[in-house]
Design a protein around this ligand. Structure first.
Ligand SMILES: CC(C)(COP(=O)(O)OP(=O)(O)OC[C@H]1O[C@@H](n2cnc3c(N)ncnc32)[C@H](O)[C@@H]1OP(=O)(O)O)[C@@H](O)C(=O)NCCC(=O)NCCS
Length: 349
């Protein structure tokens, strides 16, 4: 028996797709492992060091028995009174072994650990959390997920949501929630649909008025998401008073019982509560216009949290955010992290 670990090639895609759905025990048409999604995830340009592979497979006698993929990023800290940093980091994704590959998981992960000093993870599974604990991942913070209902009667068509009485009761409760009075923004904003993000998005990140930690938000990575092989992601520039003040990435994903809208990212150059409120309100309206029944958004900064609350969202659960930083390169946790569903594969899994 010969074991080998090597970089994933484009020719591996069809059998990697079959391997991933089998090893994770999901239907063969699962989006995250569809051949066209794997080709995009692994080979569509998204930046990152040229000498990093996009992913690794473990093989035994030529059969794929394990895999891991790399989402390359850079952790930035910027804004007034913050020590500027830019640390290359890897967010490992799609890490799995089959029965035949047991024992290869650690070897795959260690190969990825050797490439960078800092690694990130969101919401590990029980088996990967056990390994994460032993290899230096610690919970940096929890990510609150906020949700808002957009269409109160969606429960009535959702056969899986319990009997008629229960669904009617839920619908009545939702309708009361939607009717609750909310604060409105004072100044308007305009959303400009974009086929591609450009230098104006880069300038928004470059002139941040508040200290902030965040992973890469440059046009290369944003445009990678806009090229996702299904028509889910849309980009918008946010303008106020004729100036570009931020950008949005939105997604609407049809699912059997509910159409889920997500504010994948909302990045603004200022913590101004009125600008955040106007932007979250406008993003929510866009999701409703595109047919979403519910809207979701991560909330890790005070300004996005306040804007979500004032737009009718409420916290529903939270997810741990792990960092592996054995060299202590990251600054202490006194600068807020802007973490959104743009991190790694979170927006389409
Ligand atoms: C997570 C997963 C990939 C691990 O693969 P694996 O081949 O089972 O793991 P390994 O046998 O190589 O390593 C696990 C063991 O070796 C230990 N180990 C090996 N090398 C190690 C090292 N350098 N440092 C620390 N521990 C090490 C691990 O701690 C663990 O110990 P255990 O036997 O007490 O459990 C596998 O369990 C899996 O496919 N899980 C389901 C999919 C999943 O959850 N993926 C993660 C998505 S986030």
């Amino acid at each position: 028996m010969t074991d080998a670990i090597r970089a994933i090639n484009p020719e591996d895609i069809p059998r990697l797709s079959r391997f991933l759905t089998g090893a994770f025990g999901v239907p063969p048409d699962a989006t995250f492992a569809a051949p066209e999604v794997l080709s995009w995830k692994l080979f569509d340009p998204m930046g990152g060091p040229a000498d990093w592979p996009s992913g690794l497979v473990a093989e035994t006698d030529g059969q794929i028995v394990g895999s891991i993929s790399l989402h390359p990023t850079v952790i930035h800290q910027t804004g007034p009174s913050a020590d500027p940093i830019g640390i290359p980091a890897i967010h490992p994704i799609d890490w799995v072994v089959s029965e035949a590959g047991k024992g290869m998981g650690a070897r795959l992960l260690m190969r990825v650990h050797r490439l960078a000093k800092v690694h990130l993870a969101i919401g590990l599974t029980p088996s990967s959390a056990a390994m994460g604990n032993r290899t230096g991942y610690v919970i940096r913070q929890r990510i609150p997920v906020w949700r808002r209902l957009l269409v109160p009667w969606y429960r009535l068509r959702n056969q899986g949501g319990g009997g008629w009485a229960r669904r009617l009761l839920g619908t009545a409760r939702d309708a009361v929630g939607l009717a609750r009075p909310r604060r409105s923004p004072t100044l308007p904003i305009d959303l400009e649909p974009v086929a591609e993000f450009g230098s104006d998005a880069e300038q928004v990140v470059g002139r941040l008025a508040m200290p902030l930690c965040f992973t890469r938000r440059d046009p290369v990575v944003l445009n990678h998401f806009l090229r996702f092989p299904r028509p889910w992601f849309e980009g918008r520039m946010i303008h106020r008073g004729g100036s570009a003040r931020g950008f949005l990435m939105l997604s609407v994903v049809p699912q059997p019982s509910v159409t889920r809208g997500t504010i994948v990212d909302c990045f603004l150059d200022d913590p101004d509560p009125d600008l955040w409120l106007a932007s979250i309100r406008a993003a929510t309206e866009e999701l409703r216009r595109r047919g979403a029944d519910v809207a979701e958004c991560f909330a890790t900064t005070p300004w996005i949290t306040e804007a979500l609350r004032d737009s009718g969202y409420r916290p529903v659960f939270d997810i741990p955010f792990y960092v592996r930083d054995r060299s202590g390169l990251l600054p202490p946790a006194d600068v807020p992290w802007h973490l959104t569903q743009l991190e790694a594969d979170y927006a389409y899994t």
